[in-house]
Design a protein. Structure first.
Length: 75
């Protein structure tokens, strides 16, 4: 399960990391991501159903993506 910090970062940096999410999880569309914005659990479920990857693997990848964007400036 995603920790609170990761959930917060997903919400606040969503538009910034959206291209990375599409690149990392092939088969996930803009529409899928737009529907899942603001709901990390729905995001994980959507990615899992589109890619066939298990939740824990997706969550680890999301933590990594969010972690790489934490220090990036948001303008």
């Amino acid at each position: 399960m995603l920790d609170q910090q990761t959930r917060t970062q997903l919400s606040t940096k969503f538009q910034q990391i959206k291209p990375q999410l599409k690149q990392q999880f092939s088969g996930v569309t803009d529409q899928d991501l737009d529907r899942a914005q603001g709901d990390p659990d729905f995001l994980v479920d959507t990615i899992s159903s589109k890619t066939g990857q298990p939740r824990d693997q997706i969550e680890k990848q999301l933590v990594s993506i969010v972690g790489t964007s934490v220090g990036s400036p948001s303008y």
